[in-house]
Design a protein. Structure first.
Length: 116
């Protein structure tokens, strides 16, 4: 048996054409399911995901900036207070040294007075 039917299927509008992509009256293929339509859908999906990724990236960037700002603020705060603490300790050290000197001087005076 030869392929005598191929010429019949090539005619658009022939009812006996198989589902091979030809748009016939009886079995018209939905245009939305053709390659060009799916490509555009895929493209739309891709654009959507790209936009989403950009948004997520922006969000992450914003959160990082916030975190950095907060850390910078904490750092400056700690630096100020560390400096205050250091200054207090220095002042206490100076006072302690003064007390030690006064005690040494008193001790010397006591020794001198006890000798005399």
């Amino acid at each position: 048996m030869g392929r005598w039917w191929w010429w019949r299927w090539s005619a658009i509008g022939d009812d006996c054409a198989p589902r091979s992509g030809l748009r016939t009256k009886s079995n018209a293929i939905d245009v939305s399911k053709t390659d060009s339509a799916t490509k555009s859908e895929d493209h739309k999906k891709k654009e959507k995901t790209e936009k989403l990724l950009v948004r997520q990236r922006r969000g992450a960037k914003r959160r990082l900036k916030k975190k950095l700002r907060r850390l910078r603020r904490q750092k400056s705060y700690l630096a100020r207070h560390d400096q205050e603490i250091i200054n207090k300790l220095k002042a206490e050290k100076k006072e302690a040294l003064k007390e030690v000197k006064t005690l040494q001087e008193e001790k010397k005076r006591d020794k001198e007075t006890s000798k005399n």
